[in-house]
Ligand binder design. Structure first.
Ligand code: M7G
Length: 197
């Protein structure tokens, strides 16, 4: 008997492009979906560890039926907590990313009913590994929102704090939150963060 997860998840991979003229859509590939603990380990044990991926690769683990893109209807009002590990050589990115995956599928990043976590991402870049946690809202009572702005912000901050703990980021370091509309308009996801924890 398999142990069911609370949600079904889909793994995506962004393969490194050749540089100029790369099309985001052509590089993003859906890999596989799973909804049990056993299937998660079967997949995890058979994919390339993050530490061995080529530069400009990404893994994305998102709830099934949510594409790991700003444009997805379930992401477009949302944002992302993120942290860049700049000491690429001295950190164990594989165990950090595994903890993030387990927190996502084990639903420990949010409380039942928060309904904010859309997925998690790891970006392999020349100068850093960046791990992100995508949320459905930016902590405001957006369209269909059932929370006040204050409640929304509190849920977002609680999720950010748990994410920071899972990442093992020291208290004095900052984990940043930014809305996807800002990411999309900046042309890069490195624009100034709005909220930090
Ligand atoms: P990144 O991989 O998040 O960060 O975005 P990086 O600058 O450290 O590599 C790199 C580029 O990929 C962006 O400037 C966009 O051109 C493209 N890109 C990334 N994301 C997450 C999206 C997305 O959700 N939708 C679209 N259309 N492009 C994206």
């Amino acid at each position: 008997v398999k142990h069911p997860l609370q949600h079904k998840w889909t793994l995506w991979f962004t393969k490194p492009g050749s540089g100029k003229g790369d099309n985001w859509n052509e590089l993003l590939k859906e890999v596989i979906s799973f909804d049990s603990v056993e299937d998660f380990w079967g997949i995890y044990n058979n994919i390339t560890p993050t530490s061995q991926l080529a530069l400009k690769s990404d893994y994305h683990l998102f709830k099934t039926n949510v594409r790991p893109e700003w444009e997805d209807p379930q992401n477009k009002h949302g944002g992302r907590w993120s942290y860049s590990f700049k000491e690429r050589k001295s950190i164990d990115i594989d165990s950090i990313w595994l903890q993030v995956l387990l927190a996502a599928i084990g639903e420990t990043l949010e409380d039942e009913g928060d309904n904010e976590v859309m997925g998690v991402v790891v970006n392999v870049r020349r100068a850093f590994f960046r791990i992100g946690l995508w949320t459905r809202t930016v902590g405001k009572s957006g369209p269909g929102g059932q929370r006040t702005n204050e409640e929304g912000k509190a849920v977002l901050m609680k999720i950010g704090a748990r994410f920071k703990e899972v990442l093992g980021v020291p208290a004095e370091e900052q984990v940043d939150f930014m809305g996807h509309t800002d990411s999309a308009h900046s042309g890069s996801t490195r624009a100034k963060a709005k909220i930090t924890i």
